[in-house]
Write a protein that binds this ligand. Structure first.
Ligand SMILES: Nc1ncnc2c1ncn2[C@@H]1O[C@H](COP(=O)(O)OP(=O)(O)OP(=O)(O)O)[C@@H](O)[C@H]1O
Ligand SMILES: [Mg+2]
Length: 261
């Protein structure tokens, strides 16, 4: 497909959502609800899960999908490729990148990526999709076996119940949350870590619609929030003569200026 109709724009914010959880954790349901209002959608759908999206057109081979996307180069369109394997995955990645201005869903990335290196088009999409207005959703049941570029680039990491300890451990580290929080999850519970400046964390349950921000609580309980003995002022340290606010440190140039005066 020829180049994108939309200009590259570095001011766009990345929207890359990494959704984890064992089978039945609610990953695809969450994504479907989130893209419900989107006009341009492409899905790599090896397990045939997205046929119930209103208006979506199903394709079972690459050339037919390519032709349809060309036809809808700048128009609203929803399409999915119901085919598994790395070739189909990479085709979808390259098509999403060329199509631009769309939401893109990649299902079960652990089947089509490896921990060490992201496949070429997948890496390109993750690193440069933001500038082409591509919102990316991906799912995996096995985050410890999926490629790390995806996790590194994600702007939101969301997890439901994960059955394997290795997965919980790997993800807790990456989400910067205590593993104990992950051990408590029940079906359709979720934890969502936002990789923004505030590093916000939310917990909730998809079935009952609850959602609560726990960022402050997490940080208050973090070990680094407690005073460390090494950081205490030494007993012998001299106190300042008065309680006035300390003057800011002067740099070398300022000191030199003072000396000259
Ligand atoms: N918000 C919700 N409210 C009520 N039920 C839900 C909700 N989300 C998911 N479910 C139920 O949980 C089931 C599993 O959800 P979903 O198919 O999204 O899981 P998944 O994580 O995508 O699983 P898999 O990895 O096997 O594809 C759904 O069939 C649905 O019945
Ligand atoms: Mg699913």
């Amino acid at each position: 497909m020829s180049s994108a109709f939309i200009r590259s724009d570095t001011s766009r914010r990345a929207d890359i959502r990494y959704c984890c959880g064992s089978t039945g954790a609610g990953k695809s349901s969450y994504i479907k609800a989130d893209v419900a209002a989107d006009k341009r959608l492409l899905v790599f759908d090896p397990d045939d899960e997205y046929g119930d999206i209103p208006g979506i057109v199903s394709f079972h081979d690459g050339p037919a999908l390519l032709a349809a996307l060309k036809e809808h180069k700048t128009k609203p369109f929803k399409a999915r490729l119901v085919q598994g394997g790395q070739a189909a995955f990479e085709l979808c990645n390259s098509l999403a990148f060329a199509w631009t201005n769309c939401s893109y869903i990649a299902e079960e990335i652990a089947d089509v990526t490896r921990v060490g290196k992201a496949p070429q088009h997948w890496g390109q999409l993750l690193r440069r999709g933001r500038k082409r207005a591509i919102k990316i959703y991906m799912t995996t049941q096995r985050p410890s076996e999926a490629d790390k570029t995806a996790l590194t680039q994600a702007s939101i990491v969301r997890t439901g119940l994960l059955g394997r300890h290795a997965d919980r451990e790997a993800l807790a580290r990456d989400m910067d949350i205590p593993i104990a929080l992950m051990e408590k999850l029940r079906p359709l519970d979720f934890i969502e870590a936002h990789r923004d400046a505030q590093r916000r964390v939310f917990v909730g349950n998809a079935a009952d619609g609850t959602r609560e921000e726990i960022t402050a609580r997490l940080r208050d309980n973090a070990p680094e929030a407690e005073p460390k003995p090494a950081q205490k002022a030494p007993v012998t340290a001299k106190k300042p003569a008065n309680n006035s606010v300390k003057a800011p440190r002067r740099n070398a140039a300022q000191k030199a200026g003072t000396l000259k005066a």
